[in-house]
Write a protein that binds this ligand. Structure first.
Ligand code: UD1
Length: 425
């Protein structure tokens, strides 16, 4: 397996174009299943996870044409079937489970492998299933599969005990073709929910309230294909913002949406990182100033995103003074702490809290990416550290960062991908 090799301490400068959002692209591709005919999704990032969902779609009768040089995917779901997608594909990537709602809504029956837990927590799907049951589906879990059946879904009230992103998306998609009105209360408000709603509305769905805590969906009998442009990846953008900060550099991010990043921008400013939103929407990050310790707490949007917690931990490891990070979204999302400690970070964890005592410098070391975002934190640590860092298990990083080596190299980082044997000799 490949590794990343980073010579740390190089200042960065220039512009970084931000790719389309992974978490939007995956659910938009599933949303396209709700209609016969072709949908075209643009600004799709070229990522391993997009390859996985495309393969899932191909296995259930959907024609998928990817042109990832133009970042466009055409999906024709006219011949959608209820054949269960392969177990190993769904367990490889949890977002494959997104196909459940659309298949059930269109065909009246769906059988999908139950995705397991993952390295950041147990990640149940009870809220997705509770929502579908509220729409009248009979749902059972048997032999490792979720089996859902409803000749006709019937709209109704759905209260989510927690504003789960995936559950909100599953229920919103299913409700589009239900009979009557569905009101989803305490739903997620993430920009990816709004993006999905906007695509579904273009497909003929009647949805109001996306981006607030109550979404109302009035069911229609059929949807049609559309063309939709995926929003920018706010997590990739946040990762590059931290890259500028930890290398004490100035970077400009292009093709980005500052309105999706208020909590992140505000926390960076509190830590002493300069942020300027340019009149054209670009964001310039200035990491050359004086840093201050901060406390942060992950929360559902508009709170601080859990997907940037590990990257901020790398930054705070280098900020003089004591910072505190509280993770409230996932139960086991501190795996990067051990790896950061190998590079000299001073971090203590107690339950879901981490207390970070800033150090003067990190030192390069062999580390591994324990999950996607933890892997990003390791890259950031490697960019800031003295000496060489090698990062293993980078298949996690390939899931969610398009051409990270190319993008960082283009702004001055010394980072390369090496075959395992090259690293070992
Ligand atoms: C999505 C994102 C992921 C991000 C997360 C939180 C995608 C593909 N992934 O994941 O990158 O970290 O939102 O912003 O969009 N929960 C339940 N029961 C459920 C569903 C969720 O208890 O049925 C719990 C989870 O275990 C977790 C919390 O709710 O503790 C948040 O999960 P959720 O918002 O559903 O995240 P995902 O949609 O899986």
């Amino acid at each position: 397996m490949d590794k990343l090799v980073i010579q740390g301490g190089k200042p960065l400068h220039g512009k970084v174009p931000i790719s389309g959002a992974k978490n939007s692209a995956l659910v938009l591709l599933a949303g396209a299943l709700l209609a016969p005919g072709e949908s075209v999704i643009t600004n799709v990032p070229n990522l391993a996870d997009v390859g996985v969902i495309s393969e899932v779609l191909a296995r259930i009768g959907v024609r998928v044409m990817m042109d990832l040089t133009t970042h466009t995917i055409r999906v024709d779901a006219t011949d959608l079937t209820d054949t269960p997608p392969p177990y190993d594909l769904v367990t490889k990537m949890r977002a494959s489970f997104f196909v459940l709602g659309p298949i059930l809504a269109r065909l009246g029956y769906a059988r999908i492998p139950l995705p397991g837990g993952c390295s950041i927590g147990s990640r149940p799907v009870d809220l997705h299933l509770k929502g579908l049951r509220s729409l009248g589906a009979k749902v059972i879990i048997e032999h490792g599969y979720v089996e859902a059946q409803a000749d006709k879904l019937i709209g109704g009230p759905v209260y989510l005990d927690y504003p789960s992103v995936g559950a909100t998306e599953t229920i919103m998609m299913a409700a589009c073709l239900a009979e009557g009105t569905t009101v989803i209360d305490n739903c997620a408000q993430e920009p990816e929910i709004v993006d999905l709603a906007e695509m579904l509305i273009k497909m003929g769905a009647r949805i109001v309230g996306a981006g607030t805590q109550t979404i109302t969906v009035e069911g229609v009998s059929q949807l049609h294909g559309t063309v939709h442009d995926c929003i920018p990846d706010r997590i990739e953008a946040g990762t590059f913002m931290v890259a500028a900060a930890v290398t004490r550099s100035r970077l400009t991010l292009t093709k980005v949406r500052a309105d999706h990043m208020q909590a992140v921008i505000s926390k960076l400013q509190e830590a002493g990182v300069g942020i300027c939103v340019e009149p054209n929407g670009d964001i310039t990050v200035d990491g050359t100033g004086e840093f201050h310790p901060i406390d942060l707490r992950t929360q559902p949007f508009p709170g601080f995103p859990t997907d940037l917690q590990s990257q901020f931990m790398t930054l705070l490891a280098l900020v003089p003074g004591t910072s505190m990070v509280t993770e409230t979204v996932f139960e086991n999302r501190f795996m990067h702490v051990d790896e950061l400690q190998r590079m000299g970070a001073n971090i203590k964890t107690e339950g879901n809290c981490a207390v970070i005592q800033g150090v003067e410098a990190l030192t390069g070391a062999p580390v591994k990416a324990t999950d996607l975002r933890a892997g990003a934190a390791m890259i950031l640590a490697g960019l800031a550290a003295r000496g060489e860092t090698t990062i293993g298990s980078i298949h996690h990083i390939d899931r969610g960062y398009e051409d990270i080596v190319g993008k960082l190299s283009a702004v001055g980082a010394q980072i390369s991908r090496a075959q395992r044997k090259e690293v070992l000799v």
